[in-house]
Design a binder for this molecule. Sequence first.
Ligand code: ATP
Ligand code: MG
Length: 469
Amino acid sequence: MQSPCGKGSFDSQLLGMVSMSENKKSEKFEKITAVKGMNDMLPTDAALWELFENTAQSVFKSYGFQQIRTPIVEQTSLFARGLGAVTDVVEKEMYSFEDAMNGDRLTLRPENTAGVVRAAIEHNLTYDGPKRLWYTGPMFRHEKPQRGRYRQFHQMGAESLGFTGPDTDAELIIMCQRLWDDLGLRNVRLELNSIGDAVERGKHRADLIAYFEQHQDSLDTEALRRLHSNPLRILDTKNPTMQTLVNGAPKLLDYLGAESLKHFEDVQAILRHNCIAFTINNRLVRGLDYYNRTVFEWVSEELGAQGTICAGGRYDTLVTLFGGKETPSCGFAMGIERILELMKLSGETHSMNQCDVYVVHQGEPAQLQSFVLAERLRDAGLDVVLHCASLQGLGGFKSQMKRADASGAAFAVIVGEDEMSQGKATVKTLRANELVNNQTAVPFDSVVDYLVGQIAGNENHDHAFQIHH
Ligand code: ATP
Ligand code: MG
């Protein structure tokens, strides 16, 4: 197909168009689908997303955390350096590309700690003291799509920058517990470990390699590949035939020096004092290289293989690795899709009606009057849908009332010729339990007061969502 300006030709595939002979009048377009592993969040799930995000946001706020938003695209080197070159994410999961305009090497962020730390250094955020930050947004990893594992997924996370002590690690964990409680999530358990510092890990690593070398025959290909590059990750294997071998491997905990041990014990003491139950999992190592000392995961048994809903830990050297001043830090990231699935499984019922009031009308003067009424109702804080024309036109009262019913509104405001001549709107209750008399004529000037009175008097008026734990 020729382009309109005659310079070269458009690729019809590029436009998603079925090639048609020139003399066909209408062109048929193929449907374009979403990218594999990337999901749409539909309005039916919107109430649950909002419930989660609002709850998390207010929990974060109640601990003094402030929001930060960083770009979705960063320089590839940020993740290559920050996450560790031999981690799964950097080796095979990153969406990296060259910017055709200028040759920059860029990556869609696979996680957001690196971005937050980059921004904190760039804007000198900790110049006046430590900072508590939270973020939310999409992350991208080129993984095999399956339940709980997507190529675009969403994380909400927190980073405490510039804090050295076990108090911060414990605070982050306690904050998570409060969030699970507020969301009504039960049966989420906490796994805790300490992976020490670089020197301690170095000693352990040498012994670990020696141990696995003695048992090379029992290692799978993945473990053989990891043997000299990232042997700690072998401990994380899900391969059932390697469990005995891995269970007998040298434990990192036995290599911790006095300071690391004290840090770990102090975290545990604060958690116990706050009645936070946990198990120590010696094999918990985390998939990214920047962690040290405390690492933790919140796990649910109800989600199948992808049961970790939140993971985090301390990263004392990441800021210096990115060229910043020494800024010991700790943080976590939650997988929103997995948490929403868990919320659904734990029986959260949620419904979201579109509005409080649906306005239907017939005739041009009535339509104009309806606009005025709808705006006044919105001024009063109500959510209002004004009936608008679709391909079928505006439709008669009957079809408009069907829309009003489907919207979930508590009331319909009806303006037709009769109403215009009387200067009154008909207000109709749409829910059976609202009022005995379900239809009333209300002067235009009184519609707002009347409806606000009716809706305020009804404790179920909150259309946003109703939660039942
Ligand atoms: P996993 O062991 O499940 O691959 P991970 O160690 O790669 O997790 P993190 O980088 O720690 O995960 O990310 C924190 C959280 O983000 C995870 O616990 C999980 O809830 C969520 N998450 C990670 N990757 C995905 C994904 N591809 N799809 C959906 N959620 C994800
Ligand atoms: Mg992963």
